[in-house]
Design a protein around this ligand. Structure first.
Ligand SMILES: NC(=O)c1ccc[n+]([C@@H]2O[C@H](COP(=O)([O-])OP(=O)(O)OC[C@H]3O[C@@H](n4cnc5c(N)ncnc54)[C@H](OP(=O)(O)O)[C@@H]3O)[C@@H](O)[C@H]2O)c1
Length: 241
């Protein structure tokens, strides 16, 4: 579970722990928060460990997967690609290729590095759940955000192509696309922007991290074994595709 120290990732990790999964709570800078997520899972009777790794770095990813398997005692059944770095808004005139690359590192490079580490064992066992956390922005085409929006589109392409490639091994690959769900990093965003966004959502409010956690838990469950290659928008009807 990448980027599980806070935000949506923390909620997903706790939910998967509640469902009985042994959870590797990956983090990068927030060791204390990651330990807090582990404690929440273990206090509830679950099994979890916190593992620091930069998921955009090949060596770190290899160590992350090794450590997770050793500490949790088995191969990885469920991979959730969730981690994100900063997501700056940048007008075209100021945007650089490096701004785009910074997003692609999180949403294409990192999932690729991770899936390469786990897919061999998933194929051998003819079992696996790969869940990529996308975004509704690919449908909405948010202005001054092409760096992030294009990378989220590329990530959707990954999800679909991998789903087709891995279906014959009964490995499912799905893509969960949240709407705007305020996390700690949105604390300083103006309230009027949040209100404006919420008013435009057909259900009339923003979602909560737990909404994403429930969706991921479903896609990771046996009940979703025949669902692959799908994008599931969790955004109160804010997009229809
Ligand atoms: N929240 C929303 O409104 C929203 C909407 C649509 C899509 N999404 C997507 O949902 C996912 C989670 O977003 P969020 O809002 O929950 O983000 P967030 O609150 O900013 O959390 C980001 C997580 O990623 C981790 N991280 C950052 N750099 C990392 C690195 N190099 N290696 C490993 N982990 C790293 C952070 O760990 P540390 O704190 O330990 O550094 C943190 O746990 C992202 O893919 C995002 O694009 C979010």
């Amino acid at each position: 579970m990448t980027g599980a120290s806070r935000g949506l990732g923390a909620a997903i990790a706790v939910k998967l722990g509640q469902c009985g999964a042994k959870v590797a709570v990956n983090y990068y800078g927030s060791a204390d928060l990651a330990q807090g997520v582990v404690k929440q899972i273990t206090d509830a009777g679950g099994n979890a460990v916190a593992i620091r790794a930069d998921v955009t770095d090949e060596e770190d990813v290899a160590r992350l997967v090794d450590d997770a398997q050793q500490q949790l005692g088995g191969p990885i059944d469920i991979l959730v690609n969730n981690a994100t770095g900063p997501q700056p808004f940048i007008p075209i005139e100021q945007m650089t290729w490096d701004d785009c690359l910074a997003q692609l590192h999180f949403f294409v490079k990192s999932p690729l590095l991770l899936v390469k580490q786990v897919v061999g064992s998933m194929k051998e066992r003819r079992y696996g759940r790969i869940i990529n956390i996308g975004s509704e922005v690919f449908e909405k085409g948010v202005p001054e955000f092409a760096n992030y929006v294009s990378a989220k589109g590329a990530q959707l392409g990954l999800s679909r192509s991998w789903a087709m490639e891995l279906a014959k091994w009964q490995i499912t690959v799905n893509h969960v696309a949240p709407g705007w769900i305020p996390t700690e990093r949105h604390a300083d965003d103006p309230q009027d922007k949040k209100d404006e966004y919420a008013a435009a959502v057909p259900m009339g409010h923003m979602g909560e991290p737990w909404d994403i956690a429930e969706t991921v838990a479903f896609l990771a469950s046996d009940g979703a074994k025949f669902i692959t290659g799908q994008k599931l928008s969790v955004n109160g009807g804010n997009s229809l595709e």
